[in-house]
Design a protein around this ligand. Structure first.
Ligand code: SIN
Length: 355
């Protein structure tokens, strides 16, 4: 080969490398949006796994605890909030949802990870599942032990979450909750224990899969509509309609409903006993609210199972909506979004059957 030919071949290969990716160190870009929680929490001793302060460390410190992330993805980190998740509000969901949608619009970004407190993580996850406008992976994670604890679960959860968000196999499957090596669907998953690291569970459906050696192994897929196939658009929303949750118990007082109406609620979700049953003493109060135009959704306090339309209560006659197997806190998220579109009960029931 002549020298001129060798130069020509070298130039052609050099030009081709960035296009083919062959030989180039091109890692997927993952945006990590930090919001606080125990994963960013600290305690005075490394054995204190309770009684610590949530949301004290910034995203840079969380990432620094996982040097292996550097071989998985190029990280774009951002501190969106710094709070304990009991202080999350629908206003925070809107800010975060818009930020996620903006990040995913960037063609360079493969996926998004959100670090979050576990107490209300499931609500933020379901909100995003209904409002993200992309089929790229969105993974929400947290930890049960603070960053300062021996055997802290935050670093491995963050590592797995970034691997999942960077994975092409994770596309089009809705928003994930990633905790304890386990991949969950945002819709079906709830926190079930106050302190254990295996606290998240999907009681009716089980998890979607597991992470092993940084790779997702999916066992099943979510079937309910999510992300790009929902009708909810938050781009221009600045607030969500007020929706209250009431709790059913033996001897519950009808004045609960009066209290909910006093907040200006446009919707009430009742976490009722059993199959969403209502005591006779309260039924008329709920029916009165419904007659005034407030949308009443019957959910269950049991934590799993389907609330059956017209099962325990004549929903058709009273204008109620049945929550299916959504927990009350998830039903509240869906009802608030539904009310941005319509107040029609039949249409809202259809949304509960769809999402
Ligand atoms: C929180 O939800 O912010 C505190 C509890 C936790 O993250 O586990």
């Amino acid at each position: 080969m002549t020298h001129a030919l060798r130069v020509l071949v070298f130039l052609l290969l050099t030009l081709a490398l960035p296009v083919t990716g062959f030989g180039a160190d091109k890692k997927p870009v993952v945006a990590v949006l930090a919001t606080g929680g125990t994963i960013a929490g600290g305690a005075e001793s490394d054995t204190a796994t309770i009684g610590y302060k949530a949301a004290v460390f910034g995203v840079d410190k969380l990432l620094a605890a996982v040097p292996s992330l550097g071989r998985v993805a190029d990280i774009r980190a951002e501190q969106v909030f710094q709070l304990a998740s009991e202080n999350m509000t629908p206003a925070h969901w809107l800010v975060l949802g818009k930020r996620v949608n903006q990040a995913l619009k960037d063609p360079d970004v493969a996926g998004v990870v959100i670090t979050h407190g576990t107490d209300t993580l499931e609500e933020t996850a379901y909100f995003l599942n209904l409002t993200v406008r992309s089929d790229k992976p969105v993974v929400i994670t947290g930890s049960m032990r603070p960053a300062t604890a021996i055997s802290a679960d935050g670093p491995i959860n963050l590592f797995n979450a970034v691997c999942l968000a960077a994975s092409p196999e994770a596309r089009g499957k809705g928003v994930f909750i990633l905790m304890n090596d386990t991949i969950f669907a945002a819709r079906d998953t709830t926190k079930t224990n106050t302190f254990r690291t295996d606290t998240f569970a999907a009681p009716d459906t089980g998890p979607l899969g597991v992470m092993q050696l940084g790779r997702p192994l999916f066992h099943r897929l979510p079937v309910r509509a999510h992300t790009v196939s929902t009708e909810f658009d938050i781009a221009t929303l600045t607030s969500l309609p007020q929706v209250e949750i009431l709790y059913g118990y033996a001897g519950s007082h009808p004045a609960q409903v009066t209290g909910a109406l006093a907040t200006g609620a446009r919707g009430i979700v009742n976490a009722g006993t059993g199959n969403g049953s209502l005591p006779d003493a309260s039924k008329q109060a709920f029916a009165g609210a419904s007659a005034k135009g407030v949308v009443v959704v019957r959910a269950s306090r049991t934590g799993s199972g389907v609330v059956t339309r017209n099962g325990e209560v004549d929903d058709d006659a009273l204008g109620f909506v049945a929550a299916g197997n959504l927990t009350a806190q998830k039903a509240r998220v869906l009802l608030a979004l539904a009310l941005t579109v319509t107040a029609d009960r039949a249409r809202i029931q259809k949304m509960f059957d769809t999402y």
